[in-house]
Design a protein around this ligand. Structure first.
Ligand code: SF4
Length: 228
């Protein structure tokens, strides 16, 4: 990816073409084929790479794993339409990172405040499991996103795959910082990476992640980012 494109878009603070994969992005053949299958099975769904939600001027970037089949892949907005979004957007609202009512669809009027939400992989993978190659292939979009957020101070990684993808996108080895729920990593002089278990229905149903645990993580995020 041409670094000059990142520099140009950083000055305008609007998403550059490089930040947005085309609807028929063919870089990952398995995900392209899955998208085609879903266009047949669910023709009313978005069924394309899901663009991030929120301003590039935000100080907080939340990085999930990938769109859920009947969540973001259906609605076209990250974490929108399935259980993970119920917990995430309620928590963002509780901690002042969102205003309005979350209505499970992109037209609900919900607005993010000083926060942006994205995924390590932008296309829905079968069984919510992207391959290592797919994570690698989609990383340039995450790298461009990071390069175009001049005010970025905190990244919240939801799950170990997001944690690893963020570290590599920032130029670190995955092993440089160990993933742990609630862990805080000072990845450079101006940037903190905070980890959480993913707010998926599976993790909450099994008790791996409780609402209180998720709120504790956001309290740590808010402590790093006092209201301006
Ligand atoms: S996951 Fe990313 S790189 Fe792969 S096809 Fe989708 S948009 Fe393209």
């Amino acid at each position: 990816m041409d670094p000059s494109s990142s520099a140009a878009s950083a000055s305008s603070l609007s998403p550059s073409p490089a930040l947005t994969p085309p609807p028929d992005c063919a870089i990952c053949p398995r995900l392209q084929a899955f998208r085609q299958d879903n266009r047949t099975a669910y023709p009313q769904f978005h069924n394309a790479p899901v663009s991030p939600f929120g301003s590039l001027r935000a100080r907080l970037l939340i990085v999930g794993l990938a769109p859920g089949l009947k969540g973001a892949n259906q609605t076209g907005r990250p974490f929108t339409g399935d259980y993970a979004g119920d917990l995430l957007y309620a928590t963002l609202t509780a901690f002042g990172f969102a205003t309005g009512s979350y209505g499970k669809h992109p037209g609900d009027g919900l607005e993010l405040r000083d926060c942006r939400v994205t995924n390590a992989v932008r296309c829905v993978p079968p069984e919510n499991k992207p391959t290592t190659a797919e994570i690698h292939s989609c990383r340039p979009f995450l790298e461009d996103e990071l390069a175009n957020m001049p005010n970025l101070r905190v990244i919240l990684s939801l799950g170990g795959i997001s944690h690893g993808a963020v570290l590599v996108a920032l130029g670190h080895k995955k092993s440089a910082f160990a993933f742990g729920h609630g862990a805080r990593h000072r990845v450079d002089d101006h940037l903190t990476l905070i980890d959480s278990y993913h707010c998926s229905r599976y993790n909450t149903n099994t008790g791996r992640l409780t609402t209180q645990m998720f709120h504790d993580v956001f309290a740590a995020v808010r402590a790093e980012l006092p209201h301006e």
